[in-house]
Ligand binder design. Structure first.
Ligand SMILES: C[S@@+](CC[C@H](N)C(=O)[O-])C[C@H]1O[C@@H](n2cnc3c(N)ncnc32)[C@H](O)[C@@H]1O
Length: 386
């Protein structure tokens, strides 16, 4: 049987059965990922969270972290996510209604999480473009599986199932973003694509602006759009920074999530007393929240890593588990403009709840100005033959 025939038959099976089959394109070598994660936990001792770490993406990687993330998103003590998800449909519809251009887009969701927001986006995009593709991209296969569940309640899901292409890929690597772009080009050529980076995901990356710059440079064309959702603070001072740290700390479900990757990949018996939330004001652009696991026992202990190596975990040593940020909106917009991105629409939502008035969630619809630089012969040489 020819490969194309096999794919057509598969497509029919997916369309015609109620079982939750999903085809997934795997772009990651899992064993290499595990080696990278393991090596990052072998680094020297540091009291400041600058050595041992669980980098963004690994926090959600594996069954235990993915399930605990799903639970954290439902916790009303973790408003960035719970309130973000609950209000997303309304905010998205309002923002999209102000978009004046042709609304026929394919949709690539970078880090779909629990999928509820993508469901709201698809409900509108599909009505304009029923033959559209939906590609959720996540380095966590478990997260991809979770994100597809809300899609089952879309009224058009039966026919739409074969237009869903989950992609397991770490989009923090430039080469991977390049490959994703190549795939997009082969699948939909110059048809417009809406990309999204929602749920303050960019804030989890050490070099957040460099991430957006890479995505913009490799993926975004003038006909595409990038939808970003960030957590914002109306002022950057010590009191607000402290409140930002507390917002995470007060959610037991979030604390379980943030320690779950460590629990999954080491034999450490997790002591929540060791979990610390450190905040700092990063220039005039954001509040940075660092979540560290610090050995506060006063003695050197050990931890066994996935390769069975036993490494010391000295007193006061730290493992950086996660970072997040609250952005100052105008400063972020300046950074985005400096990357050649225009903010086409911006929707601000003020968080509710006592002591949270200074925090918000912002949805930004971005587009890229056409490049004024012609492609050089050197760039053309490296384009792959079709
Ligand atoms: C903060 S959650 C946001 C989820 C969702 N967008 C929302 O708003 O509810 C981050 C998502 O991005 C994924 N992710 C984080 N870093 C990633 C990376 N380097 N490559 C691919 N996916 C990543 C996580 O697995 C998770 O699904």
């Amino acid at each position: 049987m020819e490969y194309i025939q096999l794919l057509r038959r598969l497509e029919r099976v997916i369309e015609e059965t109620d079982f939750a089959w999903s085809l997934c394109l795997v772009g990651e070598d899992q064993s290499r990922k595990l080696a990278d994660l393991t090596n990052a936990l072998k680094r020297p001792a540091s009291a400041s969270g600058d050595e041992k770490q669980i980098a963004s993406g690994y926090s959600y990687w594996g069954t235990e972290p993915a399930i605990s993330w799903e639970q954290a998103c439902r916790d009303r003590y973790y408003p960035v996510m719970k309130e973000g998800i609950d209000t997303f449909g309304r905010r998205w519809r309002s923002l999209w209604s102000t978009f004046g251009g042709d609304k026929k887009f394919h949709y690539v969701s970078l880090g779909p999480g629990t999928g509820e927001k993508d469901r709201a986006i698809l409900a509108l995009l599909h009505s304009e473009n029923p033959t559209m593709f939906y590609a959720p991209v996540d380095m966590s296969a478990e997260m991809l599986r979770i994100c597809l569940q809300p899609m089952n309640t879309l009224p058009f899901i039966r026919r739409f199932r074969s237009q869903i292409l989950p992609i397991q890929l770490d989009f923090s690597f430039e080469e991977n973003v390049d490959e994703l772009n190549e795939l997009r080009e082969r699948l939909v050529a110059d048809e417009p694509v809406l990309f999204s980076l929602l749920g303050n995901t960019m804030a989890n990356f050490e070099d957040d602006i460099a991430l957006v710059e890479r995505l913009s440079r490799h993926l975004l064309r003038p006909q595409d759009r990038l939808l970003i959702e960030v957590a914002t603070a109306s002022q950057l001072d010590d009191v607000t920074a402290e409140a930002a740290g507390r917002e995470y700390q007060e959610s037991n479900a979030f604390c379980t999530f943030v320690t779950s990757a460590l629990h999954q990949c080491t034999d450490l018996s997790i002591d929540m007393e060791n979990l610390q939330f450190e905040t700092e004001i990063a220039g005039d652009r954001s509040i940075l929240i660092k979540m560290l696991y610090r050995n506060r026992s006063g003695i050197t202990t050990t931890m066994t890593l996935p390769d069975r190596q036993v490494v010391p975990f000295p007193a006061d040593d730290t493992i950086k588990l996660y970072i997040s940020r609250k952005y100052r909106r105008d400063a972020l917009e300046v950074d985005l403009r400096n990357l050649g991105l225009s903010v086409e629409s911006n929707l601000h939502h003020s968080q509710t709840g006592r002591g949270r008035a200074q925090f918000g969630l912002d949805l930004l619809l971005l587009s890229k100005q056409p490049s004024t630089q012609p492609s050089t012969p050197a760039q053309d040489v490296f384009r792959r033959p079709r």
